[in-house]
Design a protein. Structure first.
Length: 76
């Protein structure tokens, strides 16, 4: 299981271009830094981190399918 490196995330955010909140930036970070493409892997990583879990709960994302729907919405 992957543990999110929050220090690297902070550096990633400094050089990130684009709009969106911290959750969107975190999703981009996981895709970029950890080379994650599977919504299931992304969800499991987020679900096993306290701060990320709060972000999921705030968006009512309770399972990988919810995250997949969220990802589909932000791509459009």
């Amino acid at each position: 299981m992957i543990t999110i490196n929050w220090n690297e995330f902070k550096e990633f955010k400094k050089h990130r271009h684009g709009d969106g909140d911290n959750f969107d930036a975190l999703l981009e970070f996981l895709k970029s830094y950890y080379n994650m493409t599977s919504p299931i892997d992304i969800f499991e990583t987020l679900h096993n981190d306290d701060l990320s879990l709060m972000m999921l709960e705030k968006r009512s994302i309770a399972e990988a399918e919810d995250l997949e729907s969220y990802l589909f919405k932000i791509v459009r």
